[in-house]
Structures are given as structure tokens and as C-alpha cells.
Design a protein around this ligand. Structure first.
Ligand code: ADP
Length: 256
């Protein structure tokens, strides 16, 4: 059963890749020609026609977002880089910098405690934080969003916790939200593709960790994930470096 499941997962990944990759080009054409129509003929059209063009442009834009997300999802395993020591403090700083406009507009407060170094693919780990933090802002409800990011050491791992004071998630949906395309709200309430958390789960699992949540509806949500600590791993990398340096030095007649 396991090998059947693995095969069907691989087929799904291939399908997601081919579908999203090959759809990009024709969709770019639809998007750019509806834009052009709108720009060039907007003034000579009646209200109905303008509205129809806006619907078409909006649909094309949403489909582009969906395809970009799906393509990113299907590439996590195939295009992933090597795991290397990454300073999560820097990663979070980059993500907060990218989100600064949204943070300012929504009056979000973000508190980040001292962050560790973990073994990670820098691009993927940034994408993980980007998704979790922007969800914490998006699903904020009526309150001003407050986000706290903490890290706790557990054996060879770091347990990272991203907490918000948003709308919360009922326990019945804890598993469901990590499944591709599963959303708890309609597009009218909150925009989104339902890919973000499936992407996060896949990234964490590719890094040898686990992701889960604790939440109270109306109070807030804590997302937890574990990542391998860089210490110890770093030592191995440093030792290899030193070995290589020694070899290089002795070849050049510098070393012992
Ligand atoms: P999207 O945000 O595009 O819908 P995600 O996969 O990122 O997709 O999230 C899946 C669902 O999980 C969301 O539709 C939302 O209902 C719920 N969710 C995610 N993060 C939070 C959060 N911080 N607070 C409350 N609900 C959340």
C-alpha cells in the first residue's frame, strides 16, 4: 500500500509540475491581451463591457498566482538545494522586510526572540516563514495582529513557534488545512489558493522535521515546526573544511 501511495504521490507531483509549467505560457497570453484590451479600449466601452474585462483580468491574475504556487509546490523535492547552516534571525528579517507594507497597513506587531541556526535550504525556509507569517496577518479578525516568534531547543532539533492572536482554527480542521487546496473560507472572505500550508508541510518534512498547530477559535493560533539544529552538524562541516585546508596547505608546503 505504501509503494502504491508513493507512486500516486509521485504521479501527482509530475502532473502538478507539467500542468502548472505548461499552463504558464498560454495564461500569460490571456492576461496580457485582456490588460491590453482594457488599456486601449476602456474609454470607448460601456460599463458592462468594462466590468466583463475586469472579471477576465482578475480571473487570469488569480490563475497565475495559483499556477506559480503549484509550481513552487511541485519543485520542493526536485529543485531543493543542499541543507546548510542558516541563521533563522536573518531569514525572519528578510521575510519581515518583504512584508513591511502589509505589516504597516494592518498595524501588525511582531516580536521575535533570539533565533537559532538550523540546517536548511535558505530559499525554502524563507518561503515557510513567509507563508506562516502572512497567514497570521491575513486571518487576523477584528483585532490588531500581534505575532510572536520563539524557539525552544529539543535534543538535536529546534522547535519554532509562530503565534498569532487571530480568528483561530477549530480542532476538527487541524489535519485538513495541511492538505493541498483545502481552505476553510470562501474567496470573498479571504483571498488565497489553499496551497500555502501544504507547501509548508512539505518543506518541513523535506528538512526532516514536523509541523503542527494548537489553536483556540477567537483567541489565536500557534504553529509549531521542528528543524535540525546546526550545531554539531556545523562541526562536521568545519572539520571537513579544516581537513581540506590542511590538505591544500600541505600541498603548497605551508602546513605541518
Ligand atoms: P490559503 O491561505 O491560501 O487559504 P493555506 O494553505 O495557507 O491557504 O491555509 C489553509 C487554511 O488554513 C486557510 O484557508 C485558513 O482557513 C486556515 N489558516 C491558515 N493559517 C491560519 C491562521 N494563522 N489563523 C487562522 N486560520 C488559518
Amino acid at each position: 500500500m505504501n509503494s502504491d501511495l508513493q507512486r500516486s504521490n509521485e504521479e501527482l507531483e509530475r502532473f502538478a509540475y507539467v500542468a502548472s509549467h505548461d499552463l504558464q505560457e498560454p495564461l500569460r497570453m490571456v492576461a496580457s491581451y485582456t490588460e491590453l484590451l482594457s488599456r486601449r479600449y476602456r474609454d470607448s466601452l460601456d460599463d458592462d463591457a468594462r466590468e466583463f474585462i475586469d472579471f477576465a483580468s482578475d480571473g487570469a491574475r488569480r490563475m497565475q498566482r495559483l499556477i506559480a504556487d503549484l509550481l513552487e509546490f511541485s519543485r520542493i523535492k526536485t529543485r531543493g538545494g543542499r541543507l546548510e547552516p542558516v541563521d533563522l534571525g536573518e531569514t525572519i528579517e528578510n521575510v519581515l522586510h518583504d512584508l513591511q507594507l502589509t505589516i504597516r497597513e494592518t498595524g501588525t506587531e511582531v516580536h521575535v526572540s533570539r533565533m537559532p541556526r538550523v540546517m536548511a535550504d535558505p530559499g525554502q525556509i524563507e518561503s515557510l516563514f513567509q507563508n506562516v507569517i502572512s497567514n497570521a496577518i491575513k486571518y487576523r479578525g477584528d483585532k490588531l495582529p500581534i505575532i510572536e516568534i520563539n524557539a525552544m531547543r529539543q535534543n538535536g532539533f529546534w522547535n519554532i513557534m509562530v503565534s498569532d492572536n487571530g480568528i483561530g482554527i477549530s480542532k476538527d480542521h487541524y489535519d485538513r488545512i495541511f492538505v493541498l487546496f483545502q481552505r476553510l473560507h470562501g474567496r470573498k472572505d479571504y483571498a488565497g489558493t489553499g496551497i500555502g500550508l501544504a507547501l509548508c508541510k512539505r518543506i518541513v518534512e523535506r528538512h526532516g522535521g514536523r509541523i503542527w498547530l494548537e489553536s483556540t477559535v477567537g483567541v489565536g493560533t500557534d504553529f509549531h515546526f521542528t528543524l535540525i539544529a546546526a550545531e554539531g552538524q556545523e562541526k562536521i562541516v568545519t572539520e571537513k573544511h579544516e581537513e581540506a585546508a590542511d590538505e591544500c596547505n600541505s600541498e603548497n608546503g605551508i602546513g605541518p
